[in-house]
Design a protein around this ligand. Structure first.
Ligand code: CA
Length: 725
């Protein structure tokens, strides 16, 4: 309202001067439980972050769209979900810096924009007048910083202090005419939780309270949960996490492998202070262990204390720095027209469900802290229960600055919530959408879902399982009620929400690259093939699922005869859907130099068989696969095959789905780079029945089937430039 009022009465230049500065203070992995404004100080006190709650507004229902570092950052910058901004996971991720981001739009609108600290998006920052960022995860001690000129500079000291100093130096030196955006982005409290000298002994005086679910056995929930590798009991490294020196003395209780890399970076003086703090405690523990005095449970509890105390010590150092920034804004009079935000890329398990790390859609890692102060605009001391998400930050900041929000942004500005004492306006969203795409690190299975103020629905595509939680009666999410008869109506309602939100955000899982690295056999096959393709180029690629992989099984003999001497590689993976092949094409390493002559693609029958995805969705996935092959191998001719017929009868729903997919993908053959071939007739009899002789299980080919396939392909392959046999 205020902006509008000025716009009516004042010349434009004054409106510009009235635009607020934005100081976005951001951290990595900071759970709300470790902020006293949220937890009432159960674990620790964060007086400076709490200032923002006291002088502004705190959001109790603030969530991320994808609970992992790079993806959350990409959501914030772009205002779009991961499948649109392109950063789905941390694995080989690279943010496309040419896309529209809110810092870019603010820069264009005349803001002075700067970013200091952690970036973690693979590519260089874009949209900033000034930046200095940590390479990758960065270090706590004497960290290196990437400079705008491409060089790297080591800065002595402690990371959180340095990031604060860089931010303050920039504030002091800046040109006063323009409004500014300052993004002050901490590494803390990210793993390996290395505290600064001044806080090394904080919390030494006693034990911190244990979370209720530290010994969660994962009963009454989806079995996939147990596969995770982020447990305090099994996955804490002796050196890196637990800060012991030397060889792992108790490999049955601690993981071996990574030493404390921070220690190696320290100066002699820093090491002395560090050792004085840790060594007496470490030696006391080792002595007890050797004396056989500790039960397994006591060891887990000890690890929890070591972990949580180090985590909170790094939080403390960051909070000190936030205090310095707030003091500076106060002292210079900037506070009055500056919006200050504190947030973190996602939450974290502080021993809840026995874990550390993030990824799951459970509350501890799904929640993001969000505190905001804007004197004169946001009433002090207010709490909001409105559902907000990290994709909302960009449109909110843009609207604060009076900049038009582009149509393509998926988030909603919550400026109306801020201006309404934290109450959501009548038409505000009732649910939010979440998607985690899975990666090898920590082995958390891909899942997505929706959350309302009271309920949460989760979907695990790998096992096709649903989970439903009533957060009012079960705030710790210990029991899924999806199979309870009394919850049937609720489950239906939530599934409808899920479907409509996926539609709203244009989520087509057939077209979103996702790996199966959490499945052991798949991971091994992928790694083996990736090693091969990174070293050797091929003339002929076969891309697909189990039907293609079967060239190594029932089709082996035919393969030898037809392709054995023609430098061909089989990139078929049993059970793959379009999204998995898409991931392999996107992330796979392929040797440069000679491009393959032909890539034969057949994919989609598992989209049909596993999920009965619509033909339109699957065809969009196939289209993306073709486009990805062309992007990676611009010289290569693509031979796209119609999905083979499946099921015995011609009117079987799965058969019809495959036919409908083929009707839609045939048109992808638009130029001489992409050819399309439908081999239905080779496998069907006159009545359209699949012969068991060729497809014994009515899906996969027999040796004879492979021979027919090879024969049918031959003229086309030669036509496309593969040398004759
Ligand atoms: Ca993070």
């Amino acid at each position: 309202m205020r902006l509008l009022f000025f716009a009516l009465l004042m010349p434009a230049v004054l409106v510009a001067a009235d635009r607020p500065n934005i100081v976005f203070i951001f951290s990595d992995d900071h759970a709300v439980e470790a902020i006293s404004a949220y937890s009432a100080g159960r674990l620790n006190h964060t007086p400076n972050i709490d200032r923002l709650a006291n002088e502004g507004m705190i959001f109790e229902n603030s969530f991320c769209a994808n609970s992992i570092c790079g993806p959350s950052r990409a959501c914030i910058l772009s205002g779009k979900h991961s499948h649109v901004n392109g950063v789905l996971s941390n694995e080989r991720a690279r943010f496309d810096g040419s896309q529209v981001t809110f810092p870019k739009l603010l820069l264009q609108a005349g803001y002075d924009t700067a970013l200091f600290g952690k970036w973690h998006l693979g590519s260089e920052p874009t949209g900033f007048d000034a930046w200095e960022v940590l390479p990758g995860q960065g270090s706590y001690y004497n960290p290196d910083f990437l400079q705008m000129d491409g060089t790297k500079k080591r800065r002595p000291g402690y990371c959180s202090d340095i990031i604060t100093d860089l931010s303050l130096d920039w504030l002091r030196a800046r040109d006063d005419d323009r409004p500014f955006l300052l993004m002050c982005q901490h590494k803390a409290p990210h793993r390996n939780w290395s505290p600064p000298a001044r806080h090394l002994k904080k919390f030494d005086e006693g034990d911190l309270p244990l979370p209720d679910t530290l010994f969660d056995d994962y009963a009454n929930r989806v079995g996939l949960l147990k596969e995770h590798e982020m447990g305090i009991d099994k996955h804490m490294y002796w050196g890196h996490d637990m800060k012991f020196h030397g060889k792992n003395q108790f490999p049955e209780s601690f993981s071996t492998g990574i030493a404390n890399a921070e220690y190696r970076r320290m100066t002699v003086a820093q090491k002395r202070v560090w050792d004085a703090a840790y060594e007496p405690k470490n030696q006391a523990f080792i002595e007890k262990m050797n004396a056989g005095k500790l039960s397994e449970e006591e060891i887990v509890k000890w690890k929890y204390q070591r972990y949580i105390k180090d985590y909170l010590r790094t939080v403390q150092a960051m909070d000190d720095g936030i205090g310095r920034v707030l003091d500076h804004l106060d002292a210079t009079g900037l506070s009055e027209n500056t919006v200050v935000i504190y947030s973190s890329d996602q939450g974290f398990y502080l021993g809840e469900h026995g874990g550390y790390d993030k990824r799951w859609m459970f509350e501890e890692s799904f929640k993001m802290p969000f505190l905001i102060r804007w004197p004169g605009e946001i009433e002090a001391g207010k709490k909001s229960r409105a559902l907000i998400q990290n994709i909302d930050y960009a449109p909110t900041f843009l609207q604060m600055a009076g900049v038009d929000v582009p149509e393509a942004i998926q988030g909603e500005s919550f400026l109306p919530v801020l201006r309404n004492k934290g109450y959501a306006p009548k038409d505000w969203r009732e649910s939010i959408y979440y998607a985690y795409y899975g990666e090898r690190t920590h082995n958390v299975a891909a899942h997505d879902g929706v959350r309302t103020l009271r309920h949460k629905l989760m979907r695990f595509p790998r096992t096709k399982e649903w989970q439903l939680f009533d957060l009012m009666n079960d705030p710790q999410e210990m029991r899924s009620i999806h199979d309870k008869p009394e919850a049937a109506k609720l489950l239906d309602d939530m599934k409808q929400r899920y479907t409509s939100m996926r539609k709203q955000y244009d989520v087509n899982s057939a077209a979103i690259p996702v790996s199966r690295l959490t499945e052991k056999w798949w991971r091994q096959r992928y790694q083996e093939i990736d090693r091969k393709t990174s070293k050797e180029s091929a003339d002929l690629l076969f891309l697909g699922d189990s039907i293609t992989q079967g060239w190594e099984g029932p089709g082996k003999e035919t393969w030898q005869r037809y392709y054995g001497s023609r430098n061909a590689i089989n990139l078929g993976f049993s059970g793959d859907r379009t999204e998995h092949l898409l991931w392999r094409l996107e992330k796979g390493k392929f040797k440069g130099g000679t491009a393959p002559k032909v890539a034969v693609i057949m994919i989609g029958t598992n989209n049909t068989g596993h999920l009965q995805q619509s033909a339109t969705e699957t065809a969009a996935g196939v289209g993306k696969v073709v486009a990805k092959v062309q992007e990676r191998f611009p010289q290569t001719k693509v031979l796209l095959l119609g999905v083979f017929p499946r099921a015995a009868e011609s009117n079987d729903p799965l058969r019809l789905l495959n036919k409908a997919i083929n009707d839609r993908i045939a048109v992808l053959a638009q130029d001489d780079q992409v050819d399309y071939l439908n081999l239905d007739e080779s496998f069907l009899d006159d009545n359209g029945v699949v012969s068991k002789e060729m497809m014994p299980d009515l899906l996969h080919l027999s040796p004879k089937g492979y021979e027919i396939w090879a024969k049918a392909l031959e003229p086309k392959l030669i036509d496309l430039g593969v040398q004759e046999l």
